[in-house]
Design a protein around this ligand. Structure first.
Ligand code: WT7
Length: 642
């Protein structure tokens, strides 16, 4: 992300403007072989009739009963897609492949590898049987359609089994990223009132075991709705076992049939809830549904990821984020291709681990985040240069703006100047890629290109009026799309207020962007108090409230400051109680405290003790002013400052 007034970022802005002039075009040969070789024509056709585009997309899935209306927009903003259609997300990701095509039985669904070099592979038939056993075991434990199931697991095959089993039963999964703390997990379990929790003994990180079970135990003590904890034995760590609630995964499924009933869900029945950070200290439970989500994700697999039937697809995200939901699990499986899962650090044991995994498992599409690319850049180009990676065809980037320098490095050294980069802008709320090139598009280093077919995006001012070319403004989506968020769990008012109250009739994304003369979008970052630290979404208010829960802290103001690798890191301004003496030890203690409250995902880079915080008359902390001071920038409009 760049900030136009910042010195270092000024250079980046110049970079962006310069690179905006250069087009990276796919070779004729490559373009001819893409699913949609004529980029502009593809966009135009969809734009003529977006509902037809999405209806044709829906026809690619299996339905128990066909819809009688594509989009119902009577009760805005509670839109409904594929009205009265009956379907199931897991059925489309798995069962239909098994039922319709014997050739799919022996095809690899999952290739998993971990940091220590263990490899596990599952064919579609094996995956199907694993999921069915789990469905039967869960039902036997009282999990029913409409229930919520919490999942706090590493990136291992069992997380896929658990998610698909939930969807097949019609229970909603709520996956909580394993980098969150016990308290964060407990809050999410409580909000969703989850009945059971899936976890694992541990996970390997840089050779160390992360003890997930202990964190899960702590969470279960606080969250009373959980009646059973199912524990995967992933690395034989010694863990506490409470026989009353805990059961090993293998014992849980033992003896159950590998054939199971699939629930016929309504298109609009929720498939899952996924918590994400907003502007208050309470995370939002984003709801996605069985019908539209599946349709939208599959459509992006075909258009953006150019899937033709036999790809090996590797998305390096974690299943705990939407990127993992849509592009480790549902996207590849809906498309019937092979997904690669890697559990561990990208530079273990050496900085070429990523490139080795690509070569070893013959990866065709690599989808990763700018922060990872920048971390790899630091090790030097010699690492990817030492690997030919001949199977790579397409690259992807997601999570935060990719700076042109990182883009070019990725293109040259990883893609060997022949793999187009799909810089995909989207959000937990959008479900699938929204602003993105297609493989046939001419690319610009650092731009997320244009809206996906069928999507109408714009950059507007406070009144919702389009701003001129090159001018920054709010990113909005003018129409609806099937993968869109349906509501916030138990909080429809917040859904309306957050997304549909800023610009009438349009979805408010919370990002700032500008469009260039060719209609390419350049994302500049968030407008609200949401941070992207190494691509992870964290709310400033969440971090502030965890600081304030420490007895030495009276008030806290938290801002994101630019970082060359992580994109953004957290800096906190803290007011201590009158009797507390500031010290470096206290800084350490506060950092630890936040880590305990939120989890390792919220790393505090720096703490400064202050006497006062800049505030508005109504008492709101002006983070903008804190940030400007931190970066040595002009303070801007301070008329509301007291
Ligand atoms: C925010 C959403 C679903 C994607 C993973 C993160 C930022 C995401 C890009 C991109 C510039 C991006 C935005 C967005 N973002 N992708 N390609 N270029 N910014 O999902 O955690 O819900 O975060 O990530 O600021 O609003 P998320």
């Amino acid at each position: 992300m760049f900030n136009m007034a910042n010195k270092k970022d000024k250079r980046e802005l110049t970079d962006v403007l310069l690179s905006a002039q250069k087009l990276y075009k796919p070779s004729k040969e490559f373009q001819k072989n893409t699913n949609f070789p004529d980029y502009e024509k593809t966009l135009k056709t969809a734009a003529k009739n977006p509902l037809k585009f999405w209806e044709e997309a829906a026809e690619k899935l299996s339905w128990f009963q066909k819809w009688d209306q594509v989009l119902d927009d009577k009760n805005k903003p509670f839109y409904k897609w594929f009205v009265n259609g009956k379907c199931n997300l897991a059925y489309n990701a798995l069962d239909r492949h098994i039922e319709n095509n014997p050739k799919m039985h022996n095809k690899k669904a999952i290739i998993w590898e971990d940091e220590t070099g263990r490899v596990r592979k599952f064919t579609y038939l094996e995956l199907y049987k694993e999921v069915n056993k789990l469905v039967n075991a869960m039902k036997n434990s009282g999990v029913e359609r409409g229930d919520r199931v919490a999942i706090y697991m590493p990136n291992i095959p069992e997380i896929v089994f658990a998610m698909l089993a939930c969807a097949k039963i019609g229970a909603m999964h709520s996956v909580v990223y394993a980098g969150f703390s016990a308290k964060a997990l407990a809050d999410r379990i409580e909000d969703a009132q989850a009945k059971i929790l899936f976890t694992a003994d541990g996970s390997f990180r840089r050779g160390k075991i992360i003890d997930l079970k202990t964190i899960a135990d702590d969470a279960v003590k606080q969250a009373k709705s959980v009646k059973k904890v199912i524990v995967v034995k992933n690395n034989n760590a010694k863990v506490n076992f409470n026989k009353k609630v805990d059961i090993w995964y293998n014992d849980f499924v033992k003896g159950f049939s590998d054939v199971a009933h699939c629930a016929e869900m309504d298109s609009e029945d929720p498939a899952f809830v996924l918590y994400t950070s907003g502007t208050t200290s309470k995370p939002k439970g984003v709801i996605h549904v069985h019908g539209g989500y599946a349709v939208n994700v599959l459509q992006t697999m075909e258009y953006v990821w150019d899937v033709k039937g036999d790809e090996i697809f590797w998305c390096t995200a974690d299943p705990g984020w939407i990127t993992g939901h849509s592009y480790i699990i549902y996207g590849p499986l809906l498309a019937g291709i092979t997904t690669v899962m890697y559990e561990g650090m990208p530079d273990m044991p050496k900085p070429d681990r990523i490139w080795k995994v690509v070569e070893k498992h013959k990866v065709n599409v690599l989808y990763t985040a700018p922060t990872l690319i920048r971390a790899m850049m630091k090790y030097g180009a010699k690492w990817p240069q030492a690997h030919k990676m001949p199977t790579l065809r397409l690259l992807g980037s997601v999570g935060e703006p990719i700076n042109p320098e990182a883009w070019k490095w990725y293109y040259k050294y990883v893609g060997k100047s022949k793999c187009p980069i799909m810089d995909t802008w989207w959000q937990t709320e959008t479900g699938a890629n929204m602003l993105t090139p297609l493989p046939s598009a001419p690319l610009k280093a650092g731009s997320a290109c244009k809206p996906f077919p069928g999507i109408i995006a714009d950059v507007v001012d406070k009144k919702g009026k389009s701003v001129p070319v090159g001018k920054g403004g709010y990113l909005i989506i003018r129409n609806q799309w099937p993968g869109m968020i349906r509501t916030i769990f138990n909080n429809p008012e917040r859904y309306i207020k957050t997304y549909w109250s800023q610009v009438k009739g349009s979805y408010f994304a919370g990002d700032v962007a500008f469009k260039d003369k060719d209609g390419y979008f350049w994302i500049q970052g968030r407008t609200d108090d949401v941070l992207k630290v190494a691509g992870h979404r964290i709310g400033t208010a969440e971090v502030e409230s965890s600081f304030v829960s420490h007895k030495a802290v009276v008030e806290a103001g938290v801002v994101g400051v630019p970082d060359p690798i992580k994109g953004e890191v957290i800096k906190a301004f803290i007011i201590l109680t009158a009797k507390t003496k500031p010290s470096d030890e206290l800084k350490m203690e506060l950092k630890k405290h936040v880590r305990k409250e939120i989890g390792p995902v919220a790393v505090i880079k720096d703490i400064e003790f202050v006497e006062k915080l800049p505030k508005t008359r109504s008492g709101k902390i002006m983070r903008r002013v804190l940030k400007a001071k931190e970066l040595g920038l002009p303070l801007g409009d301070t008329s509301s400052l007291v």
